[in-house]
Design a protein around this ligand. Sequence first.
Ligand SMILES: *[C@@H]1O[C@H](CO)[C@@H](O)[C@H](O)[C@H]1NC(C)=O
Ligand SMILES: *[C@@H]1O[C@H](CO)[C@@H](O)[C@H](O)[C@H]1NC(C)=O
Ligand SMILES: *[C@@H]1O[C@H](CO)[C@@H](O)[C@H](O)[C@H]1NC(C)=O
Ligand SMILES: *[C@@H]1O[C@H](CO)[C@@H](O)[C@H](O)[C@H]1NC(C)=O
Ligand SMILES: *[C@@H]1O[C@H](CO)[C@@H](O)[C@H](O)[C@H]1NC(C)=O
Ligand SMILES: *[C@@H]1O[C@H](CO)[C@@H](O)[C@H](O)[C@H]1NC(C)=O
Ligand SMILES: *[C@@H]1O[C@H](CO)[C@@H](O)[C@H](O)[C@H]1NC(C)=O
Ligand SMILES: *[C@@H]1O[C@H](CO)[C@@H](O)[C@H](O)[C@H]1NC(C)=O
Ligand SMILES: *[C@@H]1O[C@H](CO)[C@@H](O)[C@H](O)[C@H]1NC(C)=O
Length: 602
Amino acid sequence: MHPFPALFPLLLLLVTTSLPLAHSTSPDHFFKPSSPSLSSSLSPAPSPSPAPEPKEYFELTHPLPSDRLTPSCVLQAINHSFANTINKPPYSTPYYPPLDCPPPWSHVTLEFHVQSKGDQYDRISALWLGGSELLRTSTAEPEEHGIFWNVRKDITKYSSLLVQNYLKFTLMLENIVNDIYTGVYHVNVTLYFYKDNAVEVPLTFKNQNLIAPVLQSPLYGDKSMYDPPADLIIPISAPDSSKGYWFIIESELDVKFDKVRVPLNTRKVVLELYVSFHGNDEFWYSNPSNSYIRMNNLSTTRGNGAFREVFVTVDGKLVGSEMPFPVIFTGGINPLFWEPVVAIGAFNLPSYDFDLTPFLGMLLDGKDHVFGIGVTDGIGYWLVDANLHVWLDTASTVVEAKNVVNIYPASQISRSEQFQSLDGSFEIKAEKSTRLEGWVKSSSGNLTTSITQEVKLRSSIRFSKNGTYKAVKQNIKVRREAKVLNDVGGLVSRVIVRGRYPLKVITWTLPGLKNDTYILVTNVTHAVNERIRIGKLSSHVNNKQVSNGWMEVKDHSVLSGEVMTNQTYVCRDEFGCYVRTVAALNGTLIKDDSAIVCPSVK
Ligand SMILES: *[C@@H]1O[C@H](CO)[C@@H](O)[C@H](O)[C@H]1NC(C)=O
Ligand SMILES: *[C@@H]1O[C@H](CO)[C@@H](O)[C@H](O)[C@H]1NC(C)=O
Ligand SMILES: *[C@@H]1O[C@H](CO)[C@@H](O)[C@H](O)[C@H]1NC(C)=O
Ligand SMILES: *[C@@H]1O[C@H](CO)[C@@H](O)[C@H](O)[C@H]1NC(C)=O
Ligand SMILES: *[C@@H]1O[C@H](CO)[C@@H](O)[C@H](O)[C@H]1NC(C)=O
Ligand SMILES: *[C@@H]1O[C@H](CO)[C@@H](O)[C@H](O)[C@H]1NC(C)=O
Ligand SMILES: *[C@@H]1O[C@H](CO)[C@@H](O)[C@H](O)[C@H]1NC(C)=O
Ligand SMILES: *[C@@H]1O[C@H](CO)[C@@H](O)[C@H](O)[C@H]1NC(C)=O
Ligand SMILES: *[C@@H]1O[C@H](CO)[C@@H](O)[C@H](O)[C@H]1NC(C)=O
């Protein structure tokens, strides 16, 4: 991700100063020029006459609940090309709800279609409606014969924005087009609206009708919070949108603030956080400590250790925090891995949800409150913003609320490091237990929300072979329970989420075939494993991606390589199961099987 031109000289400098004995702290972000040597070694057999078709890229996920429904209407929202858009304001266009199928809608689906051709880095992008973010996505690095992809996202939770007239869609995608970087990103955004009486068309897999799982994707927590959708969405975002509505966070001290006032009849409030990390923190989970960089006189600025947490404050009080899921962009670690299957979350980055209902007591005074967003130990740069989803008590003008338990400490972090010259290890353990409780008295009674959450992170980085072999392991485990009780202690709802998010990255730098190249042997294993229990219903998602291979690199360009990426996505609930297994060898899919009968687990 290089939206700022200043990063280019920096990148080149980092790579050249570490050659020829390349050290594994050198940048892990590359680009695939369509030079003859690369295309001949990476394409299957050179096909004769007809020009190869553009190749479809995708992120493995499961069908959306709306995929088996016929839309009542379709709205073409954006059709725009992003060429040399660096340092330019985002693209904006007015939005009006479709006249031919007025609300209410049971589902709304967003389709983000991109095509590109030529040479280009991956880029970060976001789509906002009325200043509230709907999608954070990144682009795939194109090829000489062209590529395209399609991101589908359920955006029903943004219904209160979608019903409004006079809002603006805003799409930010900073790109550089010149003699070297030729890839233009052509984006079209389409909205599909579904009415309650939509006709069901079962999806068919191998002659079996699929009952699409009730879950929305991607998961990363409890999305049932948004059912039904909020009545009001308030953006917590940059006041000056000339660089997009996201805040650009450059350091730990760079906390961003926005003032928000919620209506007096608010009965529930959820903050949805969008996050992506770039520049020196693109691979924060693999950053060694500053003492290692200093003692070895390394020129890298990718330091500060491998712990990051995005936090949210209200009037200076900590109310939420998240150790973000490490999304790898398509230029990351080994760009040949992410062809045509991108890394988990690369096309649809996770957003994180904080149920702030237990804090409603401090917000219901009719005054402005200052929301803050920052990144613990963060270095340049992070792109963050949030949407405050607000549910109102339509039967009254004033709601009463009070926070009764507020245990939200900073994470307990223990670090140990041991190194001699370039070899050594860095371990981090972080833990956090939180408990929140508050009651809200509205026309639907006096409801008490209590939320307990335990988060554990284990991180280890090991350098060996004189710093040329680097092994990174990270595991994040989360258990969250949210209960709502009525006046007499009766259970209204209960949701339990258990998640595990393991990541392993190995990079081994070896001398290249020529004296100005090097070989990088790379292995990445990444997974999302979540179980969600809502009342008596439970669901389970297991998404695991394994990539092994090597590449030959000159400066930051990939010359050749050999890679294999395997991924299996399993999603099951009371209504069915969906499984898809893919394998890609040297950028070509050699396996793509899906079924609705899953092997039994446990
Ligand atoms: C993958 O690419 C490597 C390096 O170019 C080559 O040696 C290998 O034979 C390729 N494998 C296949 C199955 O095409
Ligand atoms: C989108 O724009 C391109 C070029 O600007 C045009 O060729 C194409 O027809 C447009 N597509 C739609 C659906 O409007
Ligand atoms: C978006 O663009 C692609 C490629 O030009 C095209 O195939 C697709 O139909 C377009 N979608 C819409 C809704 O115009
Ligand atoms: C780092 O630089 C200092 C000063 O130039 C030098 O004394 C020291 O030996 C260097 N250390 C290493 C590990 O190269
Ligand atoms: C709401 O319920 C809580 C817990 O039962 C109680 O402490 C509180 O006083 C109640 N609030 C009102 C306004 O009745
Ligand atoms: C280890 O790497 C450093 C820096 O790349 C180099 O100066 C040194 O000679 C290497 N040591 C050995 C034993 O290869
Ligand atoms: C190796 O590097 C030297 C100097 O850096 C250069 O003169 C020479 O041409 C290079 N050899 C090859 C085969 O690239
Ligand atoms: C990467 O994984 C492959 C397959 O599991 C293994 O053979 C290889 O040794 C690994 N490479 C490194 C550098 O650890
Ligand atoms: C990846 O998938 C291929 C094709 O199904 C299979 O041959 C290979 O063993 C798989 N590799 C791993 C590491 O699972």
